[in-house]
Write a protein of this length. Structure first.
Length: 143
């Protein structure tokens, strides 16, 4: 199973052991490029934090009449994989705003992700993600 297949497995079945799964999948020196942070985030711990925050944001859409989260609308719609590189296009909706983006993933010979870059469009989606990611990161850092 290559790194992309492992990533898809985590996305489909995050469960309570997502941190352990990410520990196995991410290289110690992984670099994470966020669509809402200027500088690259270097290292496994910070990358896990950002990926956990993104998972929380993408699954946090709430029904206007209900207080419980709805099922996530996040889904990958296109995929290009060659050698140890992948481009995964995704789409979702957060609080009524359409989000379209790509995950650019690079991994090494040990099938560990060495680079994870997220690009998002349109601008309204970027602004919403920026606000929600900040709130989610604050929550995760406090716990």
């Amino acid at each position: 199973m290559n790194a992309v297949e492992k990533w898809h497995d985590i996305m489909k079945n995050p469960g309570s052991n997502v941190s352990e799964k990410l520990d196995e999948l991410l290289d110690d020196d992984v670099i994470f490029y966020s669509p809402v942070v200027f500088t690259p985030q270097k290292g496994k711990d910070i990358t896990k934090l950002y990926l956990a925050a993104a998972g929380g944001v993408f699954s946090s859409d709430k029904d206007k009449q209900e207080t419980k989260p709805k099922e996530s609308k996040f889904r990958y719609i296109k995929e290009i994989v060659q050698d140890n590189y992948a481009c995964l296009e995704f789409e979702t909706e957060i609080n009524g705003i359409y989000v379209n983006g790509i995950d650019l993933i690079t991994w090494n010979e040990e099938n560990k992700i060495t680079e994870f870059k997220v690009l998002v469009r349109p601008l309204q989606a970027v602004n919403t993600l920026h606000q929600m990611m900040g709130e989610m990161l604050d929550k995760l850092k406090a716990s």
